[in-house]
Ligand binder design. Structure first.
Ligand SMILES: Nc1ncnc2c1ncn2[C@@H]1O[C@H](COP(=O)(O)OP(=O)(O)OP(=O)(O)O)[C@@H](O)[C@H]1O
Ligand SMILES: [Mg+2]
Length: 177
């Protein structure tokens, strides 16, 4: 058993709608300069969750949120400026793309990244990490944790999020181990 404290909040979502609602709750808590890195395979719901997060940040039109494929970054305007990146097509993040990503991290905007594993080394010291997994055709496991001694860490214990954690009987909860 690992001695390192592990803390996270976990949900089981049974529909895209629920995934968006979870995203919205997360988005409501984000602040200027926050970085959210999403990890998870094809179709695990990253873009769906990003739609919800953007809504929580105050973006009115969810239809605006589409993964940037031919450019590195999409920019939306909510309560704060939002940068949306998808690193799927990058074998690894380097050169000009990397410099642009770093510029986003150092900005006052909130940055949301799909396929963050492609550029893990470039991620800032502190960020909010979201892992998504298939749990069945319509089921997705969504786990929120924080990297670094980040202010975001506090949000893991925010009552608004805790309220959304799945009960112990369903196999998960916010926990310390
Ligand atoms: N509980 C759920 N939450 C989210 N999406 C779900 C859920 N159940 C089914 N789906 C479906 O799974 C797909 C998720 O697509 P989405 O584009 O959000 O995934 P993604 O992780 O961004 O994929 P990609 O890696 O291709 O970008 C959608 O077709 C959606 O309708
Ligand atoms: Mg996607």
């Amino acid at each position: 058993m690992s001695m390192r404290p592990k803390q996270y909040v976990e949900w089981l979502s049974h529909s895209p709608k629920t995934t968006k609602q979870i995203g919205r709750k997360i988005g409501l808590l984000l602040r200027n300069g926050d970085v959210v890195a999403l990890f998870g395979g094809l179709g695990t719901g990253k873009t769906t969750l990003v739609k919800g997060i953007a809504k929580g940040i105050g973006l009115k039109k969810e239809s605006q949120v589409v993964s940037p494929t031919f450019v590195l970054i999409h920019e939306y305007k909510g309560r704060h400026k939002i940068f949306h990146m998808d690193w799927y097509r990058l074998e690894s993040l380097k050169g000009f793309d990397r410099a642009l990503a770093e510029e986003c991290f150092n900005s006052q905007a909130i940055t949301l990244i799909e396929w963050a594993d492609r550029g893990k080394k470039t991620l800032p010291k502190e960020y909010l990490r979201i892992d998504l997994e298939h749990g069945g055709p319509r089921v997705r496991r969504i786990r929120l944790s924080a990297k670094g001694r980040t202010k975001n860490f506090l949000c893991l214990f925010h009552p608004k999020l805790i309220r959304y954690t799945i009960p112990k009987s369903e196999g998960g909860q916010s926990r310390e181990e």
